[in-house]
Design a protein around this ligand. Structure first.
Ligand SMILES: NC(=O)c1ccc[n+]([C@@H]2O[C@H](COP(=O)([O-])OP(=O)(O)OC[C@H]3O[C@@H](n4cnc5c(N)ncnc54)[C@H](O)[C@@H]3O)[C@@H](O)[C@H]2O)c1
Length: 370
């Protein structure tokens, strides 16, 4: 199997799908790996690092798509790449098909085998290739919250951890899943007085058991939320209802009740956001202000830390990539149920029900093509 790693060309995408360590693992197993020149630069990996690991370098993206039987990427192909994808070629990357009809149609027409990171699913229904990015965003949310609390950024001017004799800042985290848990660990580690709210009592019990003493838990409901937002310095939105838009939990009328200089970080922005006032922002211009309250709503937070994000992502994607490269997609998906769930579009057929439903396309059960 010939593996190809193109340089990401989506705006501001600095991650790369395979690190030199990943290349070395592939090469050790007898695979040939072609990496596009400078593919790793944004994540701190030089061309020499790849050569040293056993990769062969190619100058252009056309050459990589032209030679590879399996393409490993980070983001979904963008329009310029559609024509490069070949029939029978394996594409292993984030796709988020349901949010783009043109992409879905292009991949159907290509006849490629599209394995989407975001639908690889373990028996416990967790999504192992989404978790690393939630971990990054969760940890980053506190870092960003702390930054915008500084006076120069328009914040209330408090230090998250306080100092001896001065109480710490108060951090409210709405949603105690992956993002919320990682946010709580960071906030607590910095000494903040932290509260996690969730609707899942079992989850709250678990968090109460494992979190340090400066983390409290509270049931999430409108009454409690209305009270809590009044006196917190950083409010982090981290809820998810799988397959649905995020519920608008912090409403517009709650904002005037907050202290001026409060910072709201809506990590759930990629699902529409859990604050009524959320609108997606970018790393170039991450915040806006409503009633003296700062809102940070960057939809691809991990993009700011591509080195960490690349390492976190590839730690999770590489084991599946190795199976695909060693066995071919059919055998790998027959042997590995979580990976099988990653199949979305194969040889012109939509084999993931949610994608077929999203665009009213015919659905072919995945088992029938294996
Ligand atoms: N902005 C970014 O860059 C970025 C990066 C990664 C993830 N995300 C997003 O962050 C969000 C959270 O992801 P996750 O991996 O932590 O999800 P998760 O499923 O692990 O956790 C979600 C939690 O929200 C809780 N919840 C549901 N309804 C709630 C309510 N009404 N009040 C309080 N809690 C409620 C659930 O019980 C669950 O514990 C998702 O929307 C995800 O797409 C954004």
């Amino acid at each position: 199997m010939i593996v190809g790693v193109p340089k990401e060309i989506k705006n501001n995408e600095n991650r790369v799908a395979l690190t030199p360590a990943g290349v070395a693992e592939m090469v050790k197993r007898g695979r040939q790996v072609y990496v596009q020149e400078n593919a790793g630069i944004g994540s701190g990996f030089s061309n020499e690092d790849y050569l040293h690991a056993g990769a062969l370098l190619l100058a252009s993206i056309e050459e990589v798509y032209g030679i590879a039987e399996m393409i490993i990427k980070v983001k979904e192909p963008i329009e310029q790449e559609y024509k490069l994808v070949r029939k029978g070629q394996i594409l292993y990357t984030y796709f988020h098909f349901a949010s783009s009809e043109p992409l879905t149609n292009a991949m159907i027409e290509s006849g490629a085998v599209c394995l989407a990171y975001e639908t690889v699913e373990l028996d416990d229904r967790s999504l192992p290739l989404l978790v690393p990015m939630s971990e990054v965003a969760g940890r980053m949310s506190v870092q960003e919250g702390a930054k915008y609390l500084e006076k120069t950024y328009g914040g209330y001017g408090v230090l998250l951890g306080g100092v001896p004799g001065v109480p710490p800042a108060k951090v409210l985290i709405i949603g105690g899943g992956i993002v919320g848990t990682e946010a709580a660990k960071m906030a607590a580690g910095l000494g903040a007085d932290t509260t996690i709210m969730d609707v899942n009592l079992k989850r709250l019990r678990y968090l109460d058991d494992i979190m340090p003493a400066n983390v409290k838990t509270m049931m999430s409901n409108e009454y409690n939320l209305r009270e809590m937002v009044k006196n917190h310095d950083v409010i982090i939105g981290a809820v998810l209802i799988p397959g649905a838009k995020a519920p608008k939990l912090v409403t517009r009328d709650m904002i005037p009740t907050m202290r001026p200089g409060t910072v709201m970080v809506d990590v759930a922005v990629d699902q529409g956001g859990c604050f009524e006032t959320t609108k997606a922002t970018t790393h170039d211009n991450p915040t806006f202000v409503i009633d003296d309250v700062i809102q940070y709503c960057v939809a691809n937070m991990p993009g700011a830390v591509p080195r960490t994000s690349t390492l976190a992502l590839t730690n999770a994607t590489l084991p599946y990539a190795l199976q695909l490269a060693n066995k071919g997609w059919k055998q790998a998906c027959q042997d590995n149920m979580p990976l099988r769930k990653g199949l979305n579009v194969v040889d012109g057929k939509v084999v993931y029900e949610g994608v077929a439903e999203a665009f009213g396309l015919p659905y072919t059960p995945v088992d029938s093509i294996l």
